[in-house]
Design a protein around this ligand. Structure first.
Ligand code: FAD
Length: 324
């Protein structure tokens, strides 16, 4: 580990089955652009280290974890890895679990915390995090005045991917390690059968969102049909959530989920600043709205002024026809 130039420590999110989360490739890709990615996997399954290596980590440190204990054991493991690696920066997914670990670790290690970065780079003084703020109206940079920054990276925001290296070093942190302080526990952990085969909203490459313009829960099915035709996740505006068209977990925006997909399709959404805050960094934005003055068109790359109940079925039919 000592030979790694500009080491960047990456904490891998692990799902309850022990598999690395979908955010892993982008985190390692971001790390490889600013140094040498050293990945830490806590509580991963038997194949987790090899999977993480395939994303381009130069070193994969694996540590056993107790899935019933929340946050603290991961912070402990991160602290051990940090002391051993002495990285230039620590990259963590901006997931719910990732944010929890990042905050605790930054306080414990007395390091600067930069949250919800949409990219990272390096200048003469060290690692810089890039953020999209005020509803995506400004891009700002943050960098610590001392020490390595702890940076949470928005899922889906980083496109860079690292090449797998031939000589990945696999290191096992050998415990058992005592858990410091009081750790909250949850259990037993049980995998729940997914009711939907659609991608998860956070980190999805494509998102189709519906707003108040859908007019009812029954008609909101049109959003799901277009999402399925595109292999996309389903999102919504707060107005659609408040009207009961779809559960709150699908809300995109300031008080919902922030997404940064390759493609974001907004159906019957006006484009209020609070909605744009959660989707404005999407790579390509398509809006369908019957009001030509709707603010969503200010951020859209492609816009259709029309009745979504006329346009969307035609779109679905065209997409299905292309698959044949
Ligand atoms: P509307 O603004 O009512 O827009 C509906 C649109 O549908 C209109 O533009 C209309 O022209 C169009 N339309 C209607 N019928 C059709 C049709 N047949 N075909 C095509 N177009 C049609 N909002 C969020 O989305 N996410 C958040 O996280 C969020 N957080 C908030 C936090 C705070 C503190 C506050 C105050 C507000 C927040 N909001 C949030 C609410 C936000 O301000 C807007 O009220 C909301 O985004 C509006 O949702 P909408 O665009 O679906 O509805």
């Amino acid at each position: 580990m000592a030979d790694n130039v500009n080491p960047i420590l990456v904490l891998v999110d692990v799902d309850p089955s022990g598999a690395p989360a979908s955010s892993t490739a982008a985190l390692i890709g971001a790390a490889s652009a600013i140094g040498t990615p050293i990945a830490l996997v806590v509580g991963g399954g038997p194949d987790a280290a090899a999977q993480v290596a395939s994303f381009g980590a130069a070193t994969v440190i694996s540590e056993e974890g107790d899935a019933s204990l929340l946050t603290v054991p991961v912070v402990d493991a991160l602290q051990r890895a940090y002391e051993s690696v002495q990285p230039d920066a620590v990259l963590i997914s901006n997931s719910i679990a990732g944010r929890d670990v990042a905050g605790r670790f930054a306080v414990r290690a007395k390091l600067a915390l930069a949250v919800d970065a949409v990219g990272v780079s390096r200048d003469d003084e060290g690692v810089v995090a890039h953020h999209s703020v005020y509803g995506g109206a400004y891009l700002v940079d943050s960098a610590p005045t001392f020490g390595a920054p702890v940076i949470t990276v928005r899922q889906g925001a980083v496109e860079a991917r690292a090449e797998a290296v031939d000589d990945t070093v696999f290191a096992a942190a050998t415990g058992p390690f005592p858990v410091s302080g009081v750790a909250a526990s949850a259990g037993p952990v049980e995998a729940v059968e997914q009711a939907s085969s659609r991608p998860e909203l956070r980190g999805a490459a494509r998102v189709v969102s519906g707003g108040r313009g859908l007019a009812s829960k029954e008609k909101f099915v049109l959003v799901e049909q277009l999402a399925d035709a595109l292999g996309a996740a389903v999102g919504a505006s707060r107005a659609a959530v408040d009207a009961g068209y779809i559960p709150q977990s699908h809300q995109v925006g300031q008080t919902g989920v922030s997404v940064s997909p390759q493609l974001y399709v907004a159906l019957g959404i006006s484009g209020a600043i609070q909605h744009r805050a959660g989707m404005q960094t999407s790579k390509t934005i398509v809006a369908i709205n019957k009001d030509p003055e709707a603010p969503i068109f200010d951020v859209a790359d492609f816009g259709i002024v029309g009745d979504l109940f006329t346009v969307v079925p035609q779109l679905i039919a065209a997409l299905e026809a292309r698959k044949k």
